[in-house]
Design a protein around this ligand. Structure first.
Ligand code: SF4
Ligand code: SF4
Length: 98
């Protein structure tokens, strides 16, 4: 499957704290020269954890992920909604069917 969406980093806001690096489950992001960089975009699952844990709101996942079942034509839309992680914090992903 081709993936085109990766998080966007605002280098003006990024403090290089490394929180996104610690939280990223696939090690897709690293701090390079003091700023977050998606160094392995193919490994990014667009889970939005980096966005959720960034204290500076410097890394964002602004795209919706839309899944289109070929046989029904109905679509399942994953967009900035709410879920809960094991530690009680909120995630941004929730499915809604149109
Ligand atoms: S968590 Fe935010 S401020 Fe910290 S390194 Fe990542 S993008 Fe930069
Ligand atoms: S969206 Fe998830 S997988 Fe992608 S860089 Fe952020 S934390 Fe890592």
């Amino acid at each position: 499957m081709m993936r085109t969406a990766i998080p966007e980093v605002d280098s003006e806001k990024c403090t290089g704290c490394g929180s996104c690096v610690e939280r990223c489950p696939t090690k897709a992001v690293e701090v390079v020269n003091g700023k977050a960089v998606i160094v392995r975009p193919d490994d990014c699952t667009y889970c939005t954890d980096c966005e959720a844990y960034c204290p500076a709101e410097a890394i964002r996942c602004p795209y919706e992920i839309v899944i289109l079942p070929a046989e029904t034509g109905k679509r399942t839309q994953l967009k900035g909604a709410r879920g809960k992680r094991a530690d009680g914090t909120q995630t941004r992903t929730k499915a809604s069917r149109k």
